[in-house]
Design a protein around this ligand. Structure first.
Ligand code: SF4
Length: 305
């Protein structure tokens, strides 16, 4: 019997896209500002999403007094490994970065823009924290250097969202995407595969919805069990099924086939903070995950808008 080589599934890779767009290799410099989250402080809910760590998913943020110093420190860490012409996206990663006064975030973005190595900013937030004046400010900033907004949707299914304590409805995501796109701001949507009781069909329905809404980019990750989260308790009680590497990437494979070529894939799987990561254990060996991805998927040349 002759074994046929497996055809690799293609996707439009963010690194190629950024290189094309900014003319050099681009890395993200993760930073944090003084914000919290409305489903942690009681405005929408308490305790946050069940999988969210105490650091509000910002464990990789650089240290430093202010935005400029954090960017400097993040660049310093990488500088020995990357060419000098490398540029960076300031990634406002932890908690909900638009859950603050418009002027506060505007000042932080302008500070990031003033760093010569910064070619763009990416703002992680929730769709229910994007009032019109915030979007107007982001649109103004987008006229100086590119601004991207990253929305943590995770699923379109309300029952799942209720289980993990998301505290906003999927139609609030839809509305935010429409407004951001009307303001010509690039949108990146985050989805999690492996949420409790979700079938493969449900996960793919979420992907399809994100495509239909016209999100410019997408990030996939598997469900992580982090120490100190509410999810850890459920996992210890045996109530959470962890996806194996093959199960997870089979879903990713199907998901990629639903994406239009112009949708940029910013992440095929996440990178849990090792010091508090309990499961999935296969994600801990980053090199083997990268090798697996390279063996199964192919980056394709990217359309720059
Ligand atoms: S919305 Fe984001 S920051 Fe807030 S609890 Fe959920 S994952 Fe954490």
């Amino acid at each position: 019997m002759i074994l046929q080589p497996m055809t690799k599934t293609e996707y439009s890779d963010a690194n190629l896209y950024f290189r094309e767009r900014f003319g050099s290799k681009v890395y993200k410099a993760a930073i944090s500002i003084d914000v919290t989250c409305p489903n942690r402080d009681g405005t929408k809910g308490l305790g946050g999403c069940v999988f969210c760590s105490l650091g509000g998913s910002g464990e990789f943020s650089a240290k430093g007094e202010d935005v400029f110093e954090q960017i400097d420190n993040a660049i310093e860490k990488l500088s020995a490994k990357v060419p000098p012409e490398t540029r960076y996206i300031a990634y406002f990663q932890s908690f909900t970065n638009t859950y603050c006064d418009v002027s506060y975030l505007e000042e932080k973005i302008l500070k990031a823009f003033s760093h010569e190595k910064i070619c763009a900013v990416s703002i992680a937030t929730r769709p229910d924290c994007l009032p019109d004046d915030m979007i107007a400010m982001l649109a103004r900033m987008n006229g100086i250097k590119p601004v991207m907004v990253e929305l943590g949707l995770q699923t379109i299914h309300e029952n799942t969202a209720e289980w993990f304590n998301r505290c906003y409805r999927t139609d609030e995501y839809d509305e935010a995407v429409r407004k951001l796109k009307a303001a010509k701001i690039e949108v990146i949507t985050h989805l999690i595969f492996g949420l409790k009781d979700e079938t493969r069909e449900m996960m793919l329905q979420s992907v399809k919805h994100v495509v239909d809404m016209g999100s410019d980019g997408i990030k996939f990750t598997c469900l992580y069990i982090l120490s100190g989260t509410k999810l850890e308790d459920e996992w210890r009680r045996g109530q959470i099924k962890i996806l194996s590497r093959d199960e997870y990437f089979d879903i990713v494979d199907d998901a990629l086939k639903l994406l239009p070529a112009e949708m940029i894939v910013h992440r095929l799987t996440g990178d849990g903070p090792k010091s508090i990561l309990l499961e999935p254990s296969w994600t801990k060996d980053k090199r083997s995950v990268v090798n697996y991805i390279n063996g199964r998927f192919r980056k394709r040349s990217v359309i720059v808008r």
